[in-house]
Write a protein that binds this ligand. Structure first.
Ligand code: PMP
Length: 442
């Protein structure tokens, strides 16, 4: 192109084309919006040669997909004008009734009027945080805790204070002491965020005695409880545990989801909240998305009304139990004896602890080179601790792949231990040639 022809035609580069454009104009809260370690992992872990013990993706292939297809198609032909229309900010009334039936399995007696349907329970978390948190407010959470919740709390500039947890769940003494210390220091605690069943990432469950203690401690201190329970119906033994919300309707906001008992692609979750909070949730919901998708709400409603959903949950439970067993057996027979791990009674996750001097984030690139992925423990703490831990999920790979993944991982850990013994604790990173994860892991 000659200069003559181009004269005045080629637009000058705009401010918006620069990679760092407008960064200086971001709100302060954007600083807290950073990619999670899991997100960065997805690209690598989804390569077919890698056994991913990283992501927590439900095994939706176990659903009768033809049936789901028919149900969705029939929904459009028979109820299209409703399914494709805007809906109410609170969610479809019939689905909210059905959600109450689901919650009854965990001892919750609730009215559909107190349920707000959300875009997965993740959105409920976002809305609750939006309603309660001013910058600097304190949120209590188990240590470790769900990375997606920590990301939300960080995005709203909350200060997360972790409560100790052992293999029976949150430690009540630690909860009481932390509340006391924060109150004495004049720090406003807005709520306790807890995942009582088959916790993500630790796989542990709050025992019955402690449930009452946690409720009592929070009630005495006036601390609201956010009970996040996406895995409660995926227990491998016995009946579902009684929800915290079943014994306190005023002091607990309960979050539920169909992501693990049906499929996350529908993005249907919910919050059950005391009236005043429910009202704010509906307003927050409307401001965020006007209304949830009528289409997916009606699809889930239709599924619950016409399909044997309890049987399907049983199918999921059996499938995940087999995978949990495969993971625990493989860990038992292949891992060096210095490695320890939790033994989940349900859900998706095992939390492993590495020997002294090993750092899970530092060894991840080598593990990926050996074609196995996990999530380093640091992503599950707000203060960057957790380096000796890793989350291993067993929900997605077939049992044989799980065993192969553990074999690869055990080999990597053994090598790291040898390096540690040869060069000392501080040398492990230098000698595996990676100080920080590569670009697609960062
Ligand atoms: N809470 C916990 C503890 C989770 O593990 C997840 C998903 N991994 C969620 C909430 C969000 O799930 P969804 O939005 O799909 O309901």
């Amino acid at each position: 192109m000659t200069e003559e022809l181009d004269h005045g035609q080629t637009p000058a580069p705009t401010h918006g084309s620069r990679i760092d454009a407008y960064v200086d104009r971001y709100a302060a809260r954007a600083t807290g919006m950073v990619a999670s370690e899991i997100r960065a992992l997805f690209a690598v872990a989804s390569r077919p040669e890698v056994v991913s013990l990283a992501g927590g993706m439900p095994y939706v292939t176990a659903l009768p997909l033809d049936m789901v297809g028919e149900l969705v198609s029939e929904l459009v032909t028979r109820r299209g004008p409703v399914a494709l229309q805007y809906g109410s900010g609170q969610g479809d009334p019939h689905l909210r009734e059905q959600i109450c039936d689901v919650m009854r399995l965990e001892g919750i007696q609730a009215a559909a009027d107190d349920v707000v349907v959300t875009v997965g329970s993740q959105q409920a978390l976002d809305l609750i945080t939006r309603i309660f948190i001013d910058p600097g407010d304190v949120v209590l959470a188990e240590g470790p805790s769900y990375v997606g919740a920590l990301g939300t709390f960080s995005a709203y500039q909350a200060k997360v204070v972790h409560i100790a947890m052992d293999d029976q769940g949150i430690v009540p003494e630690s909860l009481a002491q932390t509340i006391y210390a924060l109150e004495t220091a004049g720090a406003p605690i807005k709520f306790l965020y807890t995942i009582p069943n088959f916790q993500n990432p630790a796989g542990v469950t709050l025992n019955i005695a402690r449930r009452q203690q946690v409720l009592d401690i929070c009630q005495r201190a006036g601390v609201l409880i956010i009970e996040d329970n996406p895995y409660g119906l995926l227990g491998f033994d016995g009946e579902p545990m009684r929800a915290l919300r079943a014994d306190n309707s005023d002091g607990v906001v309960y979050l539920g989801s169909f992501s693990k008992t049906l499929a996350p692609g529908f993005r249907v979750g919910w919050a059950l909240a005391p009236h005043a909070i429910r009202d704010k949730l509906v307003l927050a919901m409307e401001s965020a998305v006007l209304s949830h998708s009528s289409f997916t709400q009606l699809a889930v409603g239709q599924y619950l009304a016409t399909q044997p959903w309890r049987e399907q949950i049983k199918t999921f439970r059996e499938l995940y139990r087999e995978r949990r067993d495969a993971l625990l057996d493989a860990l038992e027979s292949l891992m060096p004896p210095e490695v320890t791990w939790t033994r989940p009674g349900g859900g998706f996750f095992v939390w492993a602890t590495l020997p002294e001097g090993l750092d899970s984030k530092a060894i991840l690139p080598r593990a990926v080179a050996e074609r196995v992925a996990f999530v380093p423990g640091t992503g599950f703490f707000s203060d960057g601790s957790g380096a000796r831990h890793m989350r291993l999920s067993y929900c997605y790979p077939e049992p044989d792949r799980i065993r192969e993944g553990v074999r690869r991982l055990a080999g990597v850990i053994e090598q790291e231990m040898q390096l540690r013994d040869t060069f000392g604790t501080g040398s492990v990173r230098e000698h595996n040639g990676v100080d920080t994860p590569g670009p697609d892991l960062a």
